[in-house]
Design a protein around this ligand. Structure first.
Ligand code: HAM
Length: 414
């Protein structure tokens, strides 16, 4: 009896070669764009102390409440597979004393993240983000620069139907005064709210703006808005971000109901969505987090950043798998495997893309395989030695190895 097959865990997927080519393009485009803007790459560990996320991302968030993969190691330490990248980057910033570097410090990543969400198209339990963080600047030009870079990246990668929503959360003091008023509004109308929203009035009242429930939506239409309560300094900061974006020609909509599922945000908040995506329409998002580094035990340091989902970028761009890398020379053989092997290595040594027969096919089968691979040239090792074969006419003529390489080099564009 054969053993049952083992599949990848639900909500995860394998990156097969065609998809790997597309993902490498995202990574390379991001690297070129962000490095030219002064960002250096950072990679943090796939797991961290659980406390980093409960303190950094926030106890009241869905991520911390129900989406983290948390486990205990053999030393009874609680560890968590990273659900996001901002808290880890801030942890690394503090741990490596990066606050002593000239400000601002600009970092980017291309990493995998883990959230125990219900899987569907565009939503996975292991997914990749390209993200960028800037630490050490309050300047509204930093906010605008971040947003412009995210926009440029999505645009270069061909994301379709993009929409940018923008808001400001003000300072923590403004936000907590506002949250108290919002709770009062929700409590006054609690019988019109959905049970889920009602149960979370104290924990996370802002999430009520995200609800699809008709009763909740009616209540939220009349709810106070944080954007109307900004302090003069926060309003001035936000006005400058908007002016810089307008000058950069990046279209945006102000959305006073924008909520994001992370507690660390202050001031500027933004999200990119795509009409080309279904229910999971968020392609990327971010914002300012001026209190996070201090909350993690570092010196008070402002920060701003964003992350975009690699799978969602590719989905929204509608990218088809690219053709595989070509083959310049296929070495078939009837007699001398060693000569075939050496010919292949010589060709590779001279920069050619060469392969040889590896499964013991008949010569006919080998030629068919070379054709399937799209090999531009085929060499055959038979009783008469090394031959160059014209795949179209089927004629063969003897060559020595040096002639073969010279001929291929002349024919194959470098
Ligand atoms: P986020 O909005 O939670 O923000 O995630 C950013 C992007 O990651 C989303 O817009 C989406 O494209 C993608 N994403 C999130 N969850 C999934 C999933 N389960 N499957 C597939 N893609 C997903 C953050 O993570 C913040 N750290 C962004 C940030 C950086 N804020 C400041 N700096």
């Amino acid at each position: 009896m054969s053993s049952p097959t083992i599949r990848a865990p639900r909500g995860t997927y394998d990156v097969l070669p065609d998809l790997a080519v597309l993902r490498a393009e995202v990574e390379q485009t991001a690297a070129e764009l962000l490095e030219a803007a002064g960002y250096g790459r950072i990679e943090t560990p796939a797991f961290e102390s659980t406390e980093l996320f409960s303190r950094g991302v926030g106890q009241s968030t869905d991520i911390v409440q129900k989406e983290m993969y948390t486990f205990e190691d053999s030393g009874h330490r609680s560890l968590t597979l990273r659900p996001e990248g901002t808290a880890p980057v801030c942890r690394a910033y503090v741990e490596h004393g990066m606050h002593k570097l000239p400000a601002p410090v600009k970092l980017y990543y291309f990493s995998n993240f883990f959230r125990s969400e219900k899987p569907q198209e565009g939503r996975y339990r292991q997914f990749w983000q390209v993200g960028a963080e800037v630490l050490g600047s309050h300047d509204p030009a930093t906010d605008a620069e971040s947003i412009v870079l995210a926009h440029t990246l999505l645009d270069r990668l061909g994301a379709r139907g993009l929409r940018l929503r923008l808001a400001s959360l003000g300072s923590p003091a403004t936000r907590s005064a506002y949250t108290a008023d919002l709770k009062t509004h929700l409590r006054d109308k609690s019988d019109e709210l959905s049970p889920q929203v009602r149960a979370r009035i104290d924990l996370n009242p802002l999430r009520a703006f995200d609800s699809d429930d008709p009763g909740t939506r009616r209540v939220m239409a009349g709810a106070p808005r944080l954007l109307d309560r900004l302090s003069p300094e926060d309003a001035e900061h936000f006005d400058e971000v908007k002016a810089l974006l307008a000058a950069a020609g990046v279209p945006y909509e102000i959305d006073s109901t924008l909520v994001r599922g992370l507690d660390y945000y202050t001031r500027t908040l933004f999200e990119f969505s795509s009409d080309a995506l279904g229910a999971q329409s968020g392609v990327g998002g971010g914002g300012r987090y001026d209190g996070l580094v201090a909350q993690l035990g570092g010196p008070p340091t402002p920060g701003i950043g964003w992350a975009a989902g690699v799978e969602r970028i590719l989905l929204s761009a509608g990218r088809q798998p690219s053709p595989p890398v070509g083959v310049d020379l296929f070495v078939a053989y009837e007699t001398d495997r060693r000569q075939a092997f050496q010919t292949m290595l010589d060709a590779r040594h001279h920069g050619l893309r060469a392969q040889m027969e590896l499964t013991g096919r008949s010569l006919k089968g080998q030629l068919k395989h070379a054709d399937r691979l799209g090999a531009r040239f085929v060499a055959v090792v038979d009783d008469d030695g090394l031959q160059l074969r014209d795949p179209r006419s089927g004629t063969q003529e003897p060559v020595d190895s040096a002639q073969l390489i010279a001929l291929l080099q002349a024919e194959v564009p470098s």
